[in-house]
Ligand binder design. Structure first.
Ligand code: GAR
Length: 211
């Protein structure tokens, strides 16, 4: 089932400052599964005129994802595509592609998107899908990247922004930031420090890419 909420742009819409740029803003489609702090960082970078972009739509797959609330606050349309309601990954991806096309998306940003992608999505947006991952890739791929950094005892971890290809958490690296692992770090404290860097480099990497 697909639920769409097309909300009226608010006064703090990230789209309102785009006229200052020489070129039209790049149209982003953002995919998120959870909290959405990286969505927020992108929206804020646009509002701060650090990124010449416009968020066309937020697609989310978990009905309770806080990212959807954040999008509503910014006046960004949201579309719920609940993966539990699709038999196959390809079917979910076909709906994602149709939604991105409906919202006239140039560039897709996976901002905490916790689903594996299929060729359906990759082929529709070849070299136009960006992902943020909480490790220094190619180390610690997958959903337990921060836990693995702690359990293996590395002294430095970080985050990576990369172009998405079919293999999970792979593809050309656009930007990385290093974060030290402190002796008394927990999963929460380490992830929080990694996220500070994510919020800094994800909008920066998108800005470099679209330039
Ligand atoms: C981020 O730390 C992001 O790197 C990670 O999910 C978190 C989402 O946070 N993504 C992955 O692990 C993808 N493999 P957010 O919802 O607050 O943006």
């Amino acid at each position: 089932m697909t639920i769409c909420t097309d909300s009226t742009p608010s006064l703090i819409s990230p789209n309102i400052h785009s006229q200052q740029w020489e070129h039209p803003p790049v149209k982003l489609g953002i995919l998120a599964s959870g909290n959405g702090s990286n969505f927020e960082a992108i929206a804020q970078a646009i509002a701060d005129k650090k990124l010449n972009a416009q968020i066309q739509v937020l697609i989310y797959n978990n009905p309770n994802a806080y990212a959807a609330k954040r999008a509503n606050n910014w006046g960004v349309p949201t579309v719920l595509l609940n993966h539990r309601q699709y038999q196959q990954r390809e079917e979910l991806d076909r709906n994602i592609v149709a939604t991105l096309e409906k919202y006239d998306t140039d560039l897709v940003i996976m901002a905490g998107w916790m689903r594996l992608v299929t060729p359906v999505l990759i082929d529709a947006f070849t070299d136009k899908i960006v992902n943020i991952h909480p490790s220094l890739l190619p180390s610690f791929k997958g959903i337990k990247a921060v836990e693995q950094a702690l359990s293996t005892g590395v002294k430095i971890t970080g985050c990576t922004v990369h172009l998405v290809c079919l293999e999970m958490d792979s593809g050309p690296i656009l930007m990385q930031a290093a974060v030290p692992v402190l002796p008394d770090d927990t999963l929460a404290t380490l992830h929080a420090r990694i996220q500070i860097e994510e919020h800094r480099i994800l909008p920066m990497a998108i800005a470099l890419l679209v330039r």
